[in-house]
Ligand binder design. Structure first.
Ligand code: PLP
Length: 370
């Protein structure tokens, strides 16, 4: 495929069978645990043609070689396994709760040391990288929506010989391609916007480094955290409309963030697309759009915020994000969530419904807080 094609084209065109008479247009779901001898796959724990098509698309979008895993956490764990025994991981103080919890467990076992950094402060991140082995970045962060200057921290980490990883789940490759900013490894929970329909769990790792690619492939094969072919097919099918979904969702997210900012039941809004958001300038520089996730705090206590989440009719009160349907939840309902995330912080994942219908639902539920 031509490398100069835009992401909007790549999502549609890559990962297709060869254009031969009567060849299928879509890659089939290949259900076979073993393959005729003599080829590179041989056994289905190594690879599968349906995953390979998915890997081709995400690799083309992110600018590296992709490997699909059974879940986002499967991908995360494979990357954390690259850290040598006793090594140090520098990680954004706000990051996906599963990543934070896994790092706490690894630290408790004496496997790694962990340093938490405010990821929006590039100088402080750079300082913390001295003597570290791996820098784990999320931007925008989950759920606080802080923005990290990827080029600045990747350059500082590179100088110190620290491997840089970016969990790009929130922004996604339509809007942010960390490898272009000097990041070594990109991780996705493809469960979210890549697959986009809240019907599969999948993870992806992308890197330009052949050695890391080989180590991750070997780890996936031997640990066995492989995706199912049907899940890979669904994710690939979802990716075909990624560009359209992202366009619609983020336009609505900006509109809702703006209206939320003006609502008397809302005490704060974080969305990098708002001109007065602390992350706006950096986001404008390194992203092609501001994404579909909005974080806001409501008046009242945790119980009131929880009741607010139950009052919406169209918007679904559920965890996760990046689907076609709008979801929201109070993040602190999870015991794993960090205690410095405000009790009433609501994470809103904006889907592709009509924005006026979404606002009508949101505003009636907010009015109940007053
Ligand atoms: C959901 C999520 C993960 C974990 O992915 P799973 O597919 O649920 O295992 C990792 N990072 C971020 C940012 C996520 O939102």
């Amino acid at each position: 495929m031509r490398p100069d094609l835009s992401p909007e084209t790549l999502v549609v065109a890559v990962g297709r069978p060869a254009k031969e008479p009567d060849a299928p247009v879509n890659v089939p779901v290949v259900l076979s645990s073993t393959f005729h001898a003599g080829g590179p796959i041989a056994y289905a724990r190594t690879s599968n043609p349906t995953w390979e098509a998915l890997e081709e698309v995400v690799g083309a979008l992110e600018g590296g070689r992709a490997l699909a895993f059974s879940s986002g956490m499967g991908a995360v764990s494979a990357v954390l396994d690259l850290v040598p025994n006793g090594g140090t991981v520098v990680v954004s103080s706000h990051s996906y709760s599963g990543v934070a919890a896994r790092l706490r467990d690894l630290e408790a076992d004496g496997r790694v040391r962990v340093r938490l950094v405010p990821v929006q402060d590039a100088a402080s991140v750079a300082e913390s990288c001295t003597g570290a082995d791996l820098l784990w970045i999320e931007t925008p962060t989950n759920p606080a929506m802080e923005v990290c200057d990827l080029a600045a921290v990747a350059a500082a980490a590179r100088e110190l010989g620290v491997l840089t990883v970016c969990d790009n789940t929130f922004a996604g490759p339509m809007l942010q391609r960390p490898i272009e900013h000097g990041v070594d490894v990109v991780v996705h929970s493809a469960t979210k916007s890549l697959a986009g329909h809240s019907d599969v769990l999948l993870g992806i790792v992308v890197t330009t480094d052949d050695d890391y690619h080989q180590r991750l492939l070997r780890a996936r094969t031997l640990v066995g955290s492989i995706p199912g072919p049907f899940e890979a097919y669904l994710a690939l099918r979802g990716i075909r409309t990624l560009a359209l979904r992202v366009k619609q969702s983020q336009a609505s997210a900006l509109e809702l963030a703006t209206r939320l900012s003006a609502h008397p039941a809302v005490t704060s809004v974080r969305y990098p697309g708002l001109p007065d958001d602390p992350g706006h300038e950096i986001a404008k520089r390194q992203m092609d759009g501001f994404g579909a996730i909005v974080a806001f705090e409501t008046v009242g206590d945790a119980d009131a915020a929880e009741a607010f989440c139950d009052r919406t009719e169209l918007i679904t009160h559920a965890t996760s994000l990046g689907g076609v349907e709008t979801l929201m939840e109070r993040r602190r309902r999870w015991p794993e969530e960090r205690p410095d995330v405000p009790e009433t912080l609501i994470r809103l994942s904006v889907g592709i419904e009509d924005v006026e219908d979404l606002w009508a639902d949101l505003s009636q539920a907010l009015d109940g807080l007053l």
